[in-house]
Structures are given as C-alpha cells and as structure tokens.
Design a protein. Structure first.
Length: 398
C-alpha cells in the first residue's frame, strides 16, 4: 500500500506511462535545437497549465525542474538588499533555506507568521507585519505536514490596497492538481508548482507562473536554442528563464496528466479526499494514545504521533507489517512542528490519493487501533532528545 502521495504521487495514470513509452519510440531531437522534433506539445502544455491556474498568458508559464528550482529562481531573482519579506511557519525548506541564506548575507529582513496547531495562519497577521520596505509575501498554499489550506484569496485581496508595490508568491506544490486554483481571484504575482505530486507527472519537472510586469534576474543563463547571436540572456519570457535543454519528457507527462485530471474533475478529487481524510481522522480520534494534527482536508494528508513512540518506528511497523509506505519526520518543513507538538522527531504522515481505496484505509485504521491497544508494550522507555526543535523565534528579524 502506498500512503506517501504528498512526497510523490503513485501510481501515475496509464495514459502518462504510455505517452512516455511512445515518445522514446517515436521522437528524436531537442526542443528548439532541431527541425526534426515535434515540440508543439510544449506550448500546448503551457496553455493547459495556464487554464488550470486561470492566468492569461501561457508564455508566462516557465518550466523548471521542480518547485525547489522555481522558488529559488523567484526568491533569489527578485529580492534585493534592504528588502523585507513576510512568510509563514508552514513553509517548506525550499522557501526557508533561500531566505535564510539571503538573510545571512545581510541582504534582507524576514518576518515569520505563526500558525495554529493544525497549521493555519491568520491573514490579518500578515497585514500587521507589513513595513515600508516590505516587497514580497510568501505563503505555502497547502501544508505538506497537516494538509490544511490557507485562504490565499483573502490575502491577495488584502494586498490590493498596496497597488502592486508588494508582490505575492504562493507555493502551490501540494494544492495544484488537488483543488481549483483561480489566480483571477487570488492575484498572485508568482505561483510555484511541481509536476510529480498531485499533477501526476514525472519527477524532475515543475515550473512557475510569473506576472508579465515583473522581471527576475535569471538563476542561470546559457543556450536557449534561438537568438544565439545575443551575448546576453534574451529578455522574452519564457526564454529568459529556460536556459539549457528542457525536460521534454517531463513536460509531455504533464501534457497528458492534466487531461487525465480534467477528466476526473478537480471538484471530484477534492470531495473524495475530504471524505477520506474525515473518515480516517474520525477513527483515529477515538484512540487515546494518538495526537492528531490534521483536520479534514482536500490534500489527503493525515498526520499524527503516538504517545511515547518515535514516529519513525510507526512508519517502520507499517512497512514491516502491512508493506505500507508512509513518511515520518519533519517533512522538510521544520518550523511548523513548533506549533503542532513537542516531539523533536516530527510526526507520522499518511497521505492518500484519489485512487486510495476505502478498504486500504480500513486496513490501516484497524492496524493502528491494535497498535493503540498495545502502546505500553512498544513505547520507548524515554524519548531521546538529540537536538532542539527548529524555531522561527530564533531566526526572526525584530
């Protein structure tokens, strides 16, 4: 059984797998570097993603290797010395680490917004922290730890009064492919996505939407296949941000996976995952040794700890006894755990997909109910403390 879809989705749709096989058998050449390759699907994939996010210009969909590269490109390409950034305790290390590095270079200041015990922030807290030199707000749309989804439409509407002075970056790594994202209502200047999670594409493909009025300093420069006579990077988007040979096979996977998602409809996916998480959480809530951090959510995530047991042991038991793949630890999002629990080892995360069956959920719940009855036998005598919990209070610029 596979309960680690928040890390990467499995299985991929049959139509995606077949398209990859056909590509290797029938195509050759390199995008924009040969006349023999049928590269039209690349622009068509931009169009599909633009419709999925409800943004106007497909040319402002930039392809990267994943959300990590997208977020680094935006953060490092946009921020300048003296800028102030507001972000949240729910962020992934793909946001935290670039910001911390820029901060250590004495370049920027950062304010971190706290969350509640389920990972939700108050949009009003963002507004309270805005300063004269605030240039960028960064918000993780859906927590990869708890599955809770932030009200980014409210945040976007609140920022309108600043007339575009403050830019808005939303990390949609967990939400794209799970729920509808309508940027005409959000007003985000950047939307960073990855392909291998709920978008059901291959690993190694991702991208971002960029407001056409914004120019970033590219993270890398080099060959674009066209305009080779220019000795500086072309200004036109997306060429400006897509140096080097593109991951055409990854883009092809999104071309087909988005069609598959549209055939299911995002409304149906969201509804199904809310039902599954609610059922799962309702059953676990009856277990007296379980501490649950998730509420009903459309991302399929249920996170918890069992009193007195290191979370990695729970994942080990699930793998050994049920052949179930899960995830334990801090999940590359260290700050959120400060507000969820006091366990320095993080938590257990079970993440479902649209294809997860009710029988699979019942099997896991039945197993965890038996584990709850035998906690005294398997508890650690004393939970070791090997390091301090990461804290936003230790890195915030006051």
């Amino acid at each position: 059984m596979y309960f680690d879809n928040a890390a990467t989705s499995y299985p991929k749709p049959q139509v995606v797998k077949q398209a990859v096989i056909d590509f290797f058998n029938e195509e050759n050449g390199s995008f924009q570097r040969t006349d023999t390759e049928n590269s039209d699907f690349i622009f068509k994939t931009r169009e599909k993603i633009a419709r999925l996010l409800n943004v106007e210009s497909p040319s402002n969909i930039v392809f990267t290797s994943n959300s990590t590269e997208s977020l680094n490109m935006i953060i490092q390409g946009f921020l300048k010395k003296g800028n102030h950034v507001i972000t949240t305790a729910t962020e992934h290390n793909s946001v935290i680490r670039p910001l911390i590095r820029l901060r250590k270079e004495k370049m920027i200041k950062i304010s971190w917004i706290e969350c509640n015990r389920n990972g939700l922030i108050k949009p009003s807290d963002i507004m309270k922290n805005i300063r004269d030199n605030t240039t960028l707000i960064i918000v993780n749309h859906g927590s990869n730890v708890t599955g809770q989804v932030q009200d980014i439409e409210q945040i976007g509407n609140m920022l309108k009064k600043y007339g575009g002075k403050i830019k808005f970056l939303v990390d949609i790594s967990q939400t794209a492919g799970h729920i509808k994202i309508d940027n005409s209502k959000i007003g985000a200047d950047f939307l960073a996505f990855t392909g291998h999670k709920a978008l059901l594409g291959l690993p190694g493909i991702g991208g971002f939407y960029i407001n056409p009025e914004i120019d970033l300093t590219p993270l890398k420069v080099g060959g674009t296949g066209v305009l080779s006579e220019l000795l500086e990077q072309p200004k036109a988007v997306p060429l400006r941000y897509e140096s080097g040979t593109m991951n055409t096979i990854g883009i092809l996977s999104l071309y087909h996976s988005i069609d598959y998602l549209n055939s299911l409809t995002l409304d149906k996916i969201e509804s199904q995952l809310k039902q599954k998480t609610k059922y799962f959480i309702d059953r676990l809530s009856k277990l007296d040794n379980f501490e649950i951090y998730s509420l009903e959510n459309p991302l399929g995530i249920v996170s918890f700890n069992v009193k007195g047991i290191v979370p990695s042991r729970i994942s080990h038991f699930l793998l050994k006894d049920l052949n179930l793949k899960s995830r334990s630890g801090l999940h590359c999002a260290p700050f959120i755990h400060e507000f969820l629990h006091k366990n320095p080892f993080g938590c257990v995360r079970l993440s479902m997909s649209y294809d997860t069956t009710n029988d699979e959920i019942d099997t896991v719940c039945n197993y965890l109910e038996r584990l709850n009855e035998n906690v005294a036998v398997i508890q650690n005598i004393k939970l070791p403390k090997i390091y301090e919990m990461p804290s936003i209070r230790k890195v915030e610029d006051r």
